[in-house]
Each structure stands twice: as structure tokens, then as C-alpha cells.
Write a protein that binds this ligand. Structure first.
Ligand code: NAP
Ligand code: ZN
Ligand code: ZN
Length: 347
């Protein structure tokens, strides 16, 4: 076994605090990564607090992991010690079902093994995430990370990046499309960067007036303050697509009114309560659906695209001792635009 240090919670009301635990020894197809940076995703907060239903404790959160490979099993082909590597939301799946074979491991019929708050395929061993100094993972779920980009700003690509890249690619969003991005947070700011890079006209739909200048700097063409009825009315039937990254319960009808007939509203944000929609908001051939992270091949494609086009996340690097305060600030939308933990600060 390998000894790991990290930050954990032991119940839904706990604060994150230092904790030691064990990971499996490096097996034939495993790599061991020394974790250097890990992003803080709003999903970490939802899960730490059991907001999506009862979670598994003790929990070491973190699924935006980057670091350096320190050890490889004798069967490992893709990596060698010293390589940079990343791990996102999944660490295993059955690899045999149609979903896995088509590169949609997140929809594995036997259930994907999530990076934390999940059980390994043995059905008993808890997984522990990236707010820690090391991780052991089968190379099939480890991503190659370019040396060209600043590593701390690459970490959020492993979740916020792929979660926004994937629906934009699936719907072939680009030149000639008008796209609205709801919520300028960790996911939202990556959605803006990707949609602009793919050639779409991008509008940020935000509740925070002070984010307008940043939205334009990040690549958006327009900004709409959604609390202002005049501004939303001016965008009636305007968008071909809306990507909704909002983490909290919100009104969908406002955004559906801004969608053109035959347009699609894609939900990636996961509020904690059921969605309510007025039927007449979707009857004019308007579609609402969702998107879940992205499979391993597409995550690698996204990382390669970012290296080629120099796309990274805007980050605030923090020591791990600041993590509980960082959570409170994420909830208040007070982060530009992703907190990333520097694991060198773990003692
Ligand atoms: P985040 O950084 O907190 O960003 C969420 C943004 O939503 C905020 O910056 C804010 O933007 C907006 N917002 C917050 N409260 C709102 C409210 N009451 N009404 C309207 N807008 C509000 O969170 P994140 O890390 O980007 O994650 C966003 C959501 O996506 C979370 O629910 C997370 O669990 C989920 N998620 C889903 C997937 C997936 O696979 N589908 C993957 C990762 C994360 P403005 O200030 O601009 O309004
Ligand atoms: Zn995430
Ligand atoms: Zn499968």
C-alpha cells in the first residue's frame, strides 16, 4: 500500500481537514502520480455536503488533477516516470460495454468509477480524489498533459474544460452560431473560451454586473445582465444554443425565451432541485437537454486542442489550508475563475 496525505471530510457538515489514508500499490497497468495542482469544482462542494443525495465518507474531493508520474507498472505503455499527467472525474469503468467502447466511459452500463465519492470495481474500496499528495490509477484513465502550458492553469481543464468542450463539439457549435453562456464561473469561463475559439458569437448571460469587463476579455462578444428585463427582452429568440452552467436553482423560462425555435438549451450545471419549465417555453420547437463531462478519448482531444491553441483556465492558486474559505467564496461567485490548490503547501 501507498500512504497518502490529503484533506477530507467525514460527514456532510464537516469542514475539510488534514487526513492520512492508503491507496493501492502500483499494479501492472497503474501509474503513480505526484499531484502538483488540483482545481476546486463546484461539484466538490455539492458532494462534500451531500447535496446530490447521500455521499460516501470519508471523502477526499478533487477531480481536476495534474502532476508528475513518479512510478509506472511493468505493463504501462503510454507513460514513463517524469511525464506530466492528468486525471479528471473517472478512474475506471468496465471498458467492454458499448458506451465504454465508443469512448463514453462516463455512461458505462456497469457504472463508471468516479475519482472520489465512489467505489472501485471491487465494490468495496472507496476512491479518494485530488486534494492529496498522490494518486494511483490505471493508465487507461490517465491523460497526457503538454509541457507547453502552465500546469496550474491546466488542472481545471480536466473537468470544467471537458464539460464545456464536449457539448460544444457534439452540437458542432461554431461559425455562424449565436451562443449564450449562462453563468460566468469555472465552467462558464471555459465555455466562453471554447465557443469563441470555435468561431461562434458568444454572449455571457450573468447575474453579476461586475463580470462584464472580464467576459469580454475572456472572448465574449456581448454581455447581458439577466436581472435586467430590458436586456433579456432585447435577446428574445436570439440564440441558436445556450449552455447553462448555473450551480443553483434558477428560472429556465427566462433563457428558453432567448432561444430561437429549433435551438437547444444544454444544461451542464447541476442544481440540487428538480427543474421546472413552463410547457409554452419549449413548445416552439425548443429543446432542453444535458451533457455529462466527456469520455477519455474526447478529454485527450480537448487537452491537445488547448495545447495547440494556447487555451487554459484563469486561476487563483491557493494553499490547501485555504480550501474551506475558498468553498464559501465559490458559493458567492467570488473567484476569477477557478481556485486551484497548490499541493506543495500540504505538510
Ligand atoms: P461556479 O464556478 O460556482 O459557477 C457557477 C456560476 O453560476 C456562478 O459563477 C454564477 O455566475 C452562476 N450562478 C450562481 N448562482 C446563481 C443563481 N442563483 N442564479 C443564476 N446564476 C447563478 O461553478 P462551476 O464549478 O462552474 O460548476 C457549475 C455547475 O456545473 C455545478 O452545479 C457543478 O456541479 C456542475 N458541473 C457539472 C458537470 C457535468 O458533467 N455536467 C461537470 C462539472 C460541474 P454569474 O455570477 O455569472 O451569474
Ligand atoms: Zn467537476
Ligand atoms: Zn462499460
Amino acid at each position: 500500500m501507498i500512504t497518502s496525505k490529503g484533506y477530507a471530510v467525514h460527514s456532510a457538515t464537516d469542514k475539510l481537514a488534514p487526513w492520512s489514508f492508503e491507496r493501492r500499490a502500483v499494479g501492472e497497468n497503474d501509474v503513480q502520480i505526484e499531484i502538483l495542482y488540483c482545481g476546486i469544482c463546484h461539484s466538490d462542494i455539492h458532494q462534500v455536503r451531500s447535496e446530490w443525495g447521500p455521499a460516501k465518507y470519508p471523502m477526499v474531493p478533487g477531480h481536476e488533477i495534474v502532476g508528475k508520474i513518479v512510478k509506472v507498472g511493468f505493463g504501462v505503455k503510454k507513460f514513463k516516470a517524469g511525464d506530466l499527467a492528468g486525471i479528471g472525474c473517472m478512474v475506471d469503468s468496465c471498458r467492454e460495454c458499448g458506451q465504454c467502447k465508443n469512448g463514453y466511459e462516463q455512461f458505462c452500463v456497469q457504472g463508471a468509477v468516479w475519482t472520489y465519492n465512489s467505489l472501485e470495481r471491487d465494490g468495496v474500496t472507496l476512491t479518494f480524489g485530488g486534494y492529496s499528495n498522490n494518486i494511483v490509477c490505471d493508465e487507461a484513465f490517465v491523460l497526457k498533459v503538454s509541457e507547453k502550458l502552465p500546469l496550474k492553469a491546466v488542472a481545471p481543464l480536466l473537468c470544467a474544460g471537458i464539460t464545456t468542450y464536449s457539448p460544444l463539439r457534439k452540437w458542432k457549435i461554431g461559425k455562424g452560431h449565436k451562443v449564450g453562456i449562462v453563468g460566468l464561473g469555472g465552467l462558464g469561463h471555459m465555455a466562453v473560451k471554447f465557443a469563441a475559439s470555435f468561431g461562434a458569437e458568444v454572449t455571457v448571460l450573468s447575474t453579476s454586473p461586475y463580470k462584464e469587463a472580464d467576459a469580454l476579455k475572456l472572448g465574449a462578444h456581448k454581455f447581458c445582465l439577466t436581472k435586467d428585463k430590458e436586456q433579456t427582452k432585447a435577446l428574445t429568440n436570439y440564440f441558436d444554443f445556450i449552455v447553462d452552467t448555473v450551480s443553483a436553482v434558477h428560472n429556465y423560462d427566462i433563457y428558453l425565451a432567448m432561444l430561437k425555435p429549433n435551438g437547444a438549451h444544454i444544461c451542464v450545471g447541476i442544481p440540487t432541485e428538480a427543474i421546472q419549465i413552463r410547457p409554452f417555453s419549449i413548445i416552439p420547437n425548443k429543446y432542453i437537454g444535458g451533457s455529462s463531462i466527456g469520455g477519455i478519448p474526447e478529454t485527450q482531444e480537448m487537452l491537445d486542442y488547448c495545447a495547440e491553441h494556447n487555451i487554459v483556465s484563469d486561476v487563483e492558486v491557493i494553499p490547501i489550508s485555504y480550501v474551506n474559505e475558498a468553498y464559501e467564496r465559490v458559493i458567492k461567485s467570488d473567484v476569477k475563475y477557478r481556485f486551484v490548490i497548490d499541493l506543495a503547501t500540504l505538510d
